[in-house]
Design a protein around this ligand. Sequence first.
Ligand SMILES: [Zn+2]
Length: 345
Amino acid sequence: MSQFQAPPLDVSSVLHGGIHHPTLRKWQANGRNLTKSMLIYPIFISDDPDAEQEIATLPGQKRWGINKLEGFLGPLIAKGLKSVILFGVPMQMEKDDRGSAADDPKTPVIQALHLLAKLFPQLMLCVDVCLCEYTSHGHCGILSSLPNPGHSNQPTIEMETSAQRIAEVAIAYAKAGAHCVAPSDMMDGRIRAIKLGLMHAGLANRCALMSYSAKFASGLYGPFRDAAGSAPSFGNRKCYQLPPNARSIARRAIQRDAAEGADILMVKPALPYLDIISDAAQYAPDHPTACYQVSGEYAMVYAGAEKGIYDLKEMAFETTESMVRAGASIILTYFTPQFLDWLDE
Ligand SMILES: [Zn+2]
């Protein structure tokens, strides 16, 4: 009876030696491990100052009134929270076609910026800049009266007016104390308009500009729209957000925003777009790459864990570590509070 005798392994075949210890496994991360300082926590700010409302589709997340922010954020900062990004949720404010409420002094994010700058001066304050939460039509820019030749139920954007209006709002947030303004509207030309506006206002050296550069028209924004009340009243956003099948135009958007003065470039959503994160890191290597693990991604990870398909913590790590591996050094995630408990540093 002959027994097959495998030849001895070649020296280059043995990999287990390099991953048998937890610290060794961290060292395999190409020098890039997930850390607390990479995280930005998205927060919804309601115009009801005492709000603390659950959001049904976003487990564990709430709409917060400004009177609740100290009690909510204080313990997270003590655990190592470094940065938040604020989203305004105007439940009672009047909406119009130019989103006037976005930079009204009474708007919830402006009030929150003033307050948080005073309460937690070390906390890095980012703020989302868009019009959709504040416009009567729910779109992210100013609409033209001209019909959209592509589809009768789609809007036509007024390009320059939109970029100027977005810049006005961004400057108002910078004046209110934002350390970083982050336009998510996807209007052409808005990065340049904001950068010039910051320069003219004498704020360009005190406020970073994080562009949602490659933001795709994704099906994963549902829980966010529920949280922020920002669903469009007609049509959709496919004529200004990127088509999910597109890689080249995403590269162009990334390179354009780098050239127009963005300090940080973001890809959104994250998990289905790891190739785009990798492109951003490669095509704009001198800019930090951020990505947004959006509401639907978070809800998906949560739902699978609730069904017993996998462990929540394990999958929260696996999804975000894939983003770091792809090239992200900044991650916007609703898992931030859990990561502050799970991570050592
Ligand atoms: Zn928007």
